[in-house]
Design a binder for this molecule. Structure first.
Ligand code: PLP
Length: 423
């Protein structure tokens, strides 16, 4: 098997497996009571919380465990809505949220839910590479002074665009000063965490979502960073766990595995990112050799690879690079390319048959008939979106595996072309 879908999920890191297995064997106490077995569980849980807090420059009391990124995103949005409802009991407006058109469905579908409760939502457009413009946010904040939350993802799961959250935060803080009321800033850092350095103070965010399984930790655990002093309603009601903010017996072994994975990801971040960047550039180079690769949108950007794109010939298959060029504005482990005139489902099925795992966009929409909302937001080109594939190599992948994936792809496309000529 050639696994090129690390943005969907990735194998567990050895340290996470070892520590989690040991914890499952030795720590069974519920972290709440006061007897020694419980206190041991509590100490290990808060130890994991401290390690995780350090990875984003937070205090351990600002980290709240969740069941993953989806819950953290839901909590941030619904919790902010509940909090502002309580603060503005007599105000008939249900308030406003500003987000973007390219968020993960964990955000977009939660926004739809809140819209059904009467909340107004603005979906900011993005440029051709997926970047949110500060002017667009400024304009929307001015149009909606009742805004109580802005949510913009740190890195996009389909095209790897890394947003300038600190610049957007400055706009939010200015609007706060002008309106005289609190506007929370949330960022979904599920794809960015463990891949790029994150400092919540430098980003100036109030809320930040993370998931363990994207960086080699276990599935079913994540956290929401809640800046000290932030008023946020609860999503889960019940016991007094997580300082009374998120009920439910904590999964101590998973928290330990999560912290071990995060620590390892931090230690190896630079070398892993260099390796992923090398593979990303190699992928582009091979695309340029095998197809007519359109990087038109990036004329002013960095030039990479060979000049093969210049040798355009009528029968070469046309490919379009989606999102920013490899560089600082894009995650190193993300490749997204559209093959014009081909259906991503057919291509994925043929890759599947050859034992190659890739994706047609976000894993959550695989099988859906609608083209990617992210690619549609970039250029509105349905044909390009329908032929888009996402490859997300990880630390263990090699150039040979990329060669093999592209060989299978090209053969599949040539077969499809021949078949359509015969008919
Ligand atoms: N946000 C983003 C950007 C994601 O990529 C994902 C998962 O693909 C999620 C949220 C949801 O995370 P989880 O799978 O932990 O619920």
């Amino acid at each position: 098997m050639i696994y090129l879908d690390h943005a969907a999920t990735c194998p567990m890191r050895q340290q996470a497996l070892t520590q989690m297995t040991e914890a499952m064997q030795s720590i069974y106490g519920n972290a709440s009571p006061s007897y020694p077995a419980a206190q041991q569980a509590r100490a290990r849980l808060d130890g994991a919380r401290t390690v995780l807090a350090e990875t984003i420059g937070a205090d351990w009391k600002e980290i709240f465990f969740t069941s993953g990124g989806t819950e953290a995103d839901n909590w941030a949005l619904i919790g902010a809505y509940e909090a502002q409802r309580q603060l503005q009991r007599n105000d008939r407006s249900k308030g406003h949220i500003i987000t973007t058109q390219i968020e993960h469905h964990a955000i977009l579908h939660t926004c739809e839910y809140l819209e059904s409760r009467g909340v107004g939502v603005s979906y900011l457009p993005v440029d051709r590479q997926g970047f949110v413009q500060t002017e667009a946010l400024e304009q929307e904040l001015r149009a909606h002074p009742e805004t109580f939350l802005v949510s913009v993802m740190l890195a996009n799961n389909e095209i790897g665009t890394v947003e300038d959250i600190a610049a957007l935060a400055a706009v939010v803080r200015r609007a706060e000063a002008e309106t005289g009321h609190r506007i929370l800033l949330h960022t979904d850092a599920v794809q960015a965490y463990g891949k790029i350095p994150i400092d919540v103070k430098a980003l100036d965010v109030d809320l930040l979502s993370v998931s363990a399984h994207k960086l080699g930790g276990p599935k079913g655990i994540g956290f929401l960073y809640i800046r000290k002093g932030t008023v946020l309603g609860s999503l889960m009601h019940g016991g007094g766990q997580e300082s009374g903010r998120r009920a439910g017996t904590e999964n101590v072994p998973a928290a330990i595995g999560f912290a071990a994975a995060a620590k390892e990801a931090g230690v190896h971040m630079q070398e892993e990112q260099e390796n992923e960047r090398r593979l990303q550039r190699y992928f582009v180079k091979r695309l340029q050799e095998l197809f007519t690769l359109d990087m038109e949108e990036h004329k002013d950007g960095e030039q990479i690879g060979t000049d093969a794109a210049a040798e355009t010939s009528a029968d070469r298959i046309q490919a379009i690079w989606n999102g920013p060029l490899p560089g600082n504005g894009r995650l190193a482990g993300n490749i997204n390319v559209s093959f014009l005139g081909f259906d991503q489902r057919t291509l994925l099925m043929n890759l599947d048959l050859a034992g190659i795992c890739a994706s047609g966009g976000s894993a959550c929409t695989t099988g859906a008939l609608e083209p990617s909302h992210v690619l549609m937001a970039l250029a509105g080109d349905r044909r390009a979106a329908e032929g888009a594939l996402r490859f997300t190599p990880g630390p263990e992948n090699t150039e040979e595996e990329i060669d093999e994936a592209l060989r299978v792809l090209k053969e599949t496309m040539e077969r499809i072309r021949r078949a359509s000529c015969i008919q």
